[in-house]
Design a protein around this ligand. Structure first.
Ligand code: NI
Length: 172
């Protein structure tokens, strides 16, 4: 396993549209392992392959890290089958958009299909944080960031803050 570096917005590679994984093979499982190591290393709860510059539809997530125990989830080629009309608002952050937190409204419940780490088709019904996080990560696979869902004014303030954070990181 190897930790990869996470792209920070604004970066044109974060706008890439990822392609479906054709076969869940050893190379894909190695990518998943690298993504998990990268996500845990950055203390994140979710990471999409696009965020490390890999344009494949692969997501890792762990919403239940507790007492040093990991409960990783892997979603390959995820698709939303159904989304509720009812919405929910969560304060979101993103490893590619450091130090920025904003409320985002999304469908409250979803049903999705995906392939697991073994390439087996799975279905999932989700609400709460899992539904929100999966939609946030799936957005990454289409080149969309959570700040694309907020008002123009808030986004321009966020982008200015981000540019400052980026400069500080580069000179640190
Ligand atoms: Ni994100």
């Amino acid at each position: 396993m190897a930790k990869r570096s996470i792209l920070i917005a604004p970066d044109p590679r974060l706008k890439a549209k990822a392609k479906d994984v054709e076969k869940v093979d050893g190379a894909v499982r190695r990518l998943v392992d690298d993504m998990l190591e990268t996500m845990y290393g950055a203390e994140g709860i979710g990471l999409a392959a696009v965020q490390i510059g890999v344009t494949q539809r692969v997501i890792v997530m762990d919403l239940e890290q507790k007492d040093g125990k990991n409960n990783p989830r892997v979603f390959i080629n995820p698709k939303i089958l159904w989304a509720s009309d009812e919405t929910a608002t969560f304060q979101e952050g993103c490893l590619s958009v450091p130090d920025i937190w904003e409320d985002v409204e999304r469908p409250a419940s979803i049903r999705a299909e995906y392939l697991d780490r073994d390439g087996k088709r799975q279905e999932l019904e989700a609400d709460g944080l899992l539904a929100d996080c999966l939609q946030h990560e799936m957005d990454h696979l289409d080149g969309v960031l959570f700040i694309d869902h907020i008002s123009r004014l808030k986004r321009s303030i966020a982008l200015r803050k981000l540019a400052k954070v980026k400069r500080q990181k580069e000179t640190a």
